[in-house]
Design a protein around this ligand. Sequence first.
Ligand code: AP5
Length: 186
Amino acid sequence: MGPPGAGKGTQARFIAEHFGVPAISTGDIFRANVSEGTELGLEAKRFMDAGEYVPDEVTNLMVRNRIDEDDAAKGFLLDGYPRTLAQVEELDGMIAYTGHRLDGVVCLTVDQDEIVSRLLQRAQVEGRADDTEDVIRRRQEVYLEQTEPLTEVYKQRGIVVEVDGMGDVDDVTRRVFEALDGLAES
Ligand code: AP5
């Protein structure tokens, strides 16, 4: 978990590779559907372009289908899901059904100016439709309103590690693994 631009996608790849599980990014799946022009993509695009969350029913169904795939049978890493209380509840139901459990929640913390600068820089390279200054600000607001409070739910379960996401990518990765080791030992 972490605000837009915190480095979730970047770090998710390293964590997933280390544990030999797929990194499941709801943002990436939505973007792939937008590129392919699917019905899901058309529906998601108007929310994404405005920096708003795609409705829970759509997102939950998509994640349910994805974690049902064979490569996720032994475990998976979720990047950018859950982001609402309804998604937390849905995920609890899904993993109870599949027999998995949530081992840990990594929360990346980054200061707001750094995030805006990272995303504006990415905009120049990748041209993501939601990487404009106005939409970045809206994404930050939505995160603070709807997602940040959820970390409390997971803190109460004792599975949250907070990791400083500032600095070099490699340093952040090292901190993530140290934090996960600490969680495994606790
Ligand atoms: P999503 O794609 O998940 O976007 P996001 O949460 O806004 O996050 P980003 O992908 O922008 O950032 P990130 O934290 O992954 O950082 P990254 O590693 O990419 O979701 C997009 C949209 O889809 C949402 O707005 C919503 O509409 C919809 N959606 C997705 N999930 C949903 C859900 N569960 N429910 C409802 N709607 C949902 O890094 C960012 C940049 O910084 C990159 O260029 C990277 O190279 C760079 N960078 C990373 N780490 C560092 C570092 N340490 N130093 C310098 N640069 C760095």
